[in-house]
Design a protein around this ligand. Structure first.
Ligand SMILES: CC(C)(COP(=O)(O)OP(=O)(O)OC[C@H]1O[C@@H](n2cnc3c(N)ncnc32)[C@H](O)[C@@H]1OP(=O)(O)O)[C@@H](O)C(=O)NCCC(=O)NCCSC(=O)CC(=O)O
Length: 391
């Protein structure tokens, strides 16, 4: 019999985990940001809140968002007019819709990632799903496994209510799984729909107005594995996952929060969020690079920052004295899709690889950062492989 130490060593991969493929998907319904305030106040029958409508118009104008995709379209809302009133008991109906829509959207994104990866879905060994739109067990992970035809032994994990840091957390767990289980191929899927937190405006909840104005729907998927297969199907690592950390900003539990209530998901965002991130991000980066034992010039790196809001990107750019264009991938994703919570950061990686393929970003090393309730900062140091320059 081998020793436990030998068994453990044999289980570990040789190389670092890497993102091997990426896929994204969005609901068909598109909402132009310039039309949103009129639409929102009309469908929620709230035209009498003229001051709030003007505020939302100003938020939309300054949001850096051109359009968003939304699962909850006018037709679906017409079938559920009570969704506009957060005091009515709509949680059951919302969960019913979300428990079909979230895995379906995730499956669209995952199918694209699997097609790019080039191996059969049945070769996936682990599945991690992140969403804030849960409320049922078995959860979206099991439904997604079934939609994709994953093997019955696939090892599933659901991350619930991790909010905008869900994508970062899921990728960190995928890295650990891939590096500690030789041959593992981890499918990460993040799927978010705002239907859970859609309701009309309230004078005393300005964060509702903000949330309605910046959040969008989308799903992203990534396949993560170590030691790429080079015989038969050739796997092409995109981003190698060098190192990862998680930091919580002390005493900020109340600044980003979500809670299920009878009328849906109550989403709270304090006005302090951009400033809190601004005063903690650089320390977090310095600590991460210290732990790695290397120093870095911020402009020599590529950046995949979660675009939580336009002003957050402005703060990061200013704080780190980043050159123009360093946050172009985050800004483009924000512009095209809004803040899709946990799904967003993989969209940013997808956009980054397109920019790298066009030669618009040439840095070899970079950082991915996502922020969520906690306030939690998920940071990962990435290495771009030559495959990204060759496309
Ligand atoms: C909303 C903005 C685009 C507005 O742009 P500017 O700040 O440049 O413009 P501005 O100061 O003139 O603000 C325009 C109007 O928005 C209002 N406003 C700004 N921030 C607000 C907030 N947090 N809650 C309510 N209202 C807010 C202002 O009071 C102002 O109203 P008036 O015009 O009436 O004076 C920006 O502030 C932004 O990007 N904020 C970041 C949003 C955020 O916190 N994102 C994190 C999401 S959480 C996340 O990503 C993680 C997770 O969900 O888990």
């Amino acid at each position: 019999m081998a020793t436990v130490h030998q068994i453990r060593r044999a289980q570990r991969a040789d190389g670092p985990a890497a993102v091997l493929a990426i896929g994204t998907a969005n609901p068909e319904t598109t909402m132009l940001q310039g039309d949103y305030a009129d639409y929102y106040f009309r469908v929620t029958k709230s035209e009498h809140h003229a001051d709030l409508k003007d505020k939302l118009k100003r938020i939309c104008k300054k949001s850096g968002i051109e359009k968003r995709h939304l699962h909850l379209d006018e037709e679906l809302l017409a079938a559920h007019p009570d969704f506009s009133d957060r005091t009515l008991p709509t949680l059951d109906a919302r969960i019913e819709i979300a428990s079909a829509a979230v895995p379906a959207l995730a499956a669209s994104a995952a199918a694209k990632a699997i097609a790019e990866w080039g191996r059969p879905a049945s070769d996936i060994t682990h599945l991690i799903v992140s969403t804030y739109s849960g409320g049922k067990a078995p959860s979206a992970d099991l439904r997604l496994a079934s939609l994709l035809g994953l093997r019955p032994t696939v090892s599933r994990t659901i991350l619930s209510l991790n909010g905008c840091s869900g994508g970062g957390r899921a990728l960190q767990i995928a890295k650990e799984l891939a590096e500690n289980n030789r041959g593992a191929r981890v499918l990460v899927a993040c799927s978010e729909i705002t239907l859970m937190a859609f309701y009309g405006p309230l004078e005393d909840r300005l964060d509702t107005i903000l949330g309605q104005g910046i959040f969008g729907d989308g799903a992203s998927a990534a396949i993560v594995g170590a030691d790429p297969v080079v015989v038969g199907t050739v796997e092409r690592p995109l981003f190698e996952m060098a190192f990862a950390t998680q930091t919580t900003i002390p005493k900020t539990e109340g600044d980003i929060s979500m809670q299920l209530m009878k009328g849906g998901l109550d989403f709270h965002l304090s006005t302090r969020v951009p400033k809190l991130l601004k005063s903690n991000i650089e320390r977090c980066l310095l600590d991460t690079f210290d732990l790695l034992g290397v120093s870095a010039m911020w402009n020599d790196l590529f950046w995949a920052i979660h675009p939580g809001g336009r002003v957050i990107l402005d703060h990061v750019e200013e704080l780190l004295a980043l050159d123009d264009g360093k946050l172009a991938a985050s800004r483009r994703v924000l512009s095209e899709f809004g803040n899709m919570s946990g799904a967003t950061v993989i969209f940013v990686l997808d956009e980054l690889r397109r920019r790298m393929a066009r030669g618009e970003e040439v840095a070899e090393w970079g950082v991915m950062m996502a922020f969520g309730p906690g306030i939690t900062i998920e940071t990962m140091v990435l290495h771009a492989t030559c495959n990204l320059q060759e496309n």
